[in-house]
Ligand binder design. Structure first.
Ligand code: ATP
Length: 292
């Protein structure tokens, strides 16, 4: 289990990460989300030990994480960091050897990962001859080369086409069966698809954390209402509700004081109603709600 405890980082006067607590459990995929500049990369760098905290602590299995512990982690940094003019297979074998693999074991592992990412026939190509999405696949392969004990991935999905996204999802699910996996992403639909847990950061602070289902259940329920006629504007006059949007005859609203059982009668007393549906909030909606 990888965890952060009151992890804080200042850059001069500016506090980029502010007393962040988070836990990444084995067997679960944790998504790390937040607007640009929220502090995700800075937190991940501290988890990996490439940046020291101003205060707070990173723990591995409940005790302070050491350099040795971190050598076991797989990391995909935001700035990436492979050698553009090195052949793919050579490059991956090189990283495997840095982690202590013997020559033939390193070569075999490089070949296996390139096959997995459909790059087996590009083994002798230079990294910078690949498309950006394929370079991204090699970045992930490099993070996996030493069979890591935990994975920390900074935006692994950015720039990937849908096939590569699917391959990445499959891979993360497979890896997360055994080890803690934390990844940051702005693609909330993907986070929703595969994450068990989510940590939402805003202005350097954790504003929400837990399983996707828990976050959903904390959210104020939202309703879709379709009224008779072309203008549902009158719904705004209802007491005890907050209207999120109106599009002709369709309204999205939340209850703000009105008990759920009174919504339909209150609507019907004011106008013609065709349908009222309770809507399960998407992660994007939850994100907007908790970060606003
Ligand atoms: N080396 C640095 N020196 C000064 N300020 C920094 C440094 N690194 C990050 N920051 C600041 O810390 C804040 C958090 O940045 P960070 O890159 O961690 O955010 P992020 O959530 O990863 O953003 P994005 O989604 O855009 O990648 C930003 O205001 C950024 O400008």
């Amino acid at each position: 289990m990888l965890s952060a405890h009151a992890l804080t980082r200042d850059f001069g006067e500016r506090r980029a990460v502010d007393r962040v607590d988070l836990t990444v459990r084995p067997g679960r995929i944790t998504g790390f989300v937040g607007a640009n500049g929220a502090g995700k990369t800075t937190t991940m760098r501290m988890l990996m030990g490439v940046l020291g905290p101003s205060s707070g602590e990173v723990r591995w299995h409940g005790r302070p994480a050491t350099a040795e512990d971190r050598r076991g982690f797989g990391y995909m940094p935001e700035e990436r960091g492979l050698y553009p003019r090195m052949k793919l297979a050579e490059q991956l074998a090189f990283f495997a050897r840095l982690h202590g693999a013997g020559r033939s074991e390193a070569r075999a592992r490089a070949g296996e990962l390139l096959e997995f990412f459909d790059l087996g026939d590009r083994a002798d190509d230079l990294l910078d001859s690949l498309s950006l999405g394929n370079q991204q696949r090699v970045q992930i392969a490099a993070a996996l080369v030493h069979r890591p004990t935990a994975l920390v991935l900074d935006e692994p999905f950015s720039g990937l086409d849908p096939h590569a996204v699917d391959a990445m999802l499959e891979l993360l699910q497979r890896e997360a069966g055994e080890i803690p996996v934390l990844f940051s992403s702005h693609q909330l639909d993907l986070v929703e698809r595969i994450c068990d847990d989510v940590v939402v950061l805003a202005g350097g602070r954790v504003v929400s954390a837990g399983s996707v289902d828990d976050l959903r259940s904390q959210e104020t329920p939202s309703y879709r209402v379709e009224v008779v006629g072309h203008d549902a504007g009158w719904v705004r006059d209802l007491a005890g509700v907050r209207v999120d949007s109106i599009d002709a005859s369709v309204v999205r609203l939340r209850l703000a004081g009105l008990p759920p059982a009174e919504l339909v009668p209150a609507l019907a007393a004011r106008g013609g109603v065709l349908e009222v549906t309770r809507v399960r909030p998407s992660l994007s909606e939850i994100f907007r709600e908790v970060t606003r």
